[in-house]
Ligand binder design. Structure first.
Ligand SMILES: Cc1ncc(COP(=O)(O)O)c(C=O)c1O
Length: 358
């Protein structure tokens, strides 16, 4: 039975995701890479990505939400997941029952965990300059580290921090590193897991940190990174559609809502069944797609479910269209939209089915 009627889909190449992971893992060995699969694995589909990795022996993942962790636990109980976002004391029961690692970011949360009678496992987060989550007061964090050793139901398995500028400001990274290192030196014990790097830091700095055991790998695994030129990352994410209607415009004919486009000569226009409700936001107008390896301009206003491209004479109904992937690359689309590749990955909505290839 068909379960997809509209010819618009997102092709996810799981093998490429895994190969990108392996390349970065090998680069930082003996430290290990924790695949970051929050936000549905940056739009790729967390369950499919994690299952693929799990079948190849990877067991430790990081997410942002407890909901995301629970979804991964459905794949296999022995998958270990770290929730990096905020949790509440009301969540302790679920965290304990499912044996999920969470992040202690404050004295307040730790005190609540102390009161909770059942086993809890966590990593402690230190704020070294991002000023989002984590202990800013290191004496408080050190008190927690020393108290936890005498509390049998609490297991502090890691300590970490997060860089604010790994992609853009080395001096600020260095300040964060030095704060983290002096904190580590004051710790009453070394937890089994110490991690600081995201993708940019993995590529540029990780091998200078002899004390880390892990790094948190996100965007490079998905084939995009500001420092992508340093490593031959493979494309994992290709948004595709097909021409479902062709219109011949005469010179001077106008097109679409608000008639923002006028044919400069006799032109052919292809209609694509994808629009801003799918994540192809209106700001993409003026960008390009590729059809049969030829770039075609996105013209006219993008509608909720449809959009227009100016096509060549040899293009036909049903021709395959690449809206992002190798060309245009996700970084190119991000520049077009005046944003970052992370946001582009997360923009493609659930209405677009993910088709998995290897
Ligand atoms: C705390 C934390 N660690 C790691 C990552 C992964 O970052 P990246 O995708 O740059 O590798 C993120 C993502 O934003 C994050 O929030």
């Amino acid at each position: 039975m068909r379960n997809q009627y509209r010819p618009t889909w997102l092709e996810v190449n799981l093998k490429h995701v895994y190969e990108n992971y392996r390349m970065m893992r090998d680069h930082i060995a003996p430290a290990q890479a924790i695949p970051v699969v929050k936000a549905d694995a940056y739009g790729h589909g967390a369950k499919r990505v994690v299952r693929y990795f799990y079948e190849r022996g990877v067991q430790f993942f990081a997410v942002s939400l407890l909901e995301e962790a629970l979804e991964l636990k459905e794949i296999a109980e022995d998958i270990d997941v770290l929730v990096m976002g905020a949790v509440h004391k009301e969540d302790f029961d679920v965290l304990s029952r499912h044996n999920i690692l969470f992040t202690v970011t404050s004295r307040h949360l730790f005190d609540a965990a102390k009161q909770f009678a059942k086993p809890l496992r966590f990593h402690m987060k230190i704020d070294t300059g991002m000023h989002r989550l984590g202990f800013k007061d290191y004496s408080e964090a050190l008190e927690v580290a020393s108290e936890v050793q005498n509390i049998s139901h609490l297991s502090m398995e890691g300590v970490y921090t997060h860089f604010a500028t790994a992609d853009c400001d080395e001096a600020y990274v260095k300040r964060q590193i030095s704060l983290f290192e002096s904190f580590l030196q004051s710790m009453p014990f070394q937890p089994q897991s110490v991690h600081v790097s995201n993708t940019s830091a993995i590529m540029k700095y990780e091998n200078d940190f002899p004390y880390t055991t892990h790094a948190r790998l996100g965007i490079a695994m998905y084939g995009a990174s500001l420092e992508g030129d340093l490593f031959p990352l493979k494309t994992t994410y290709t948004l595709k559609s097909r021409i479902v209607e062709i219109k011949s415009l005469q010179k001077g004919d106008k097109l679409g809502y608000s008639i923002t486009y006028e044919a400069k000569q006799n032109e052919r226009i292809g209609v694509l069944p994808i629009g801003y409700a799918d994540g192809m936001i209106r700001k993409n107008q003026g960008g390009y797609v590729t059809i049969n390896n030829t770039r075609c301009e996105i013209v006219g206003r993008i509608c909720m479910d449809q959009m227009f491209v100016r096509i060549e004479d040899d293009m036909r109904l049903g021709d395959e269209v690449v809206l992002m992937g190798e060309d245009p690359h996700i970084d190119e689309v991000a520049r077009r939209l005046d944003t970052i590749n992370y946001e582009v990955f997360c923009q493609i909505g659930k209405r677009v089915p993910r088709i998995y290839t290897e």
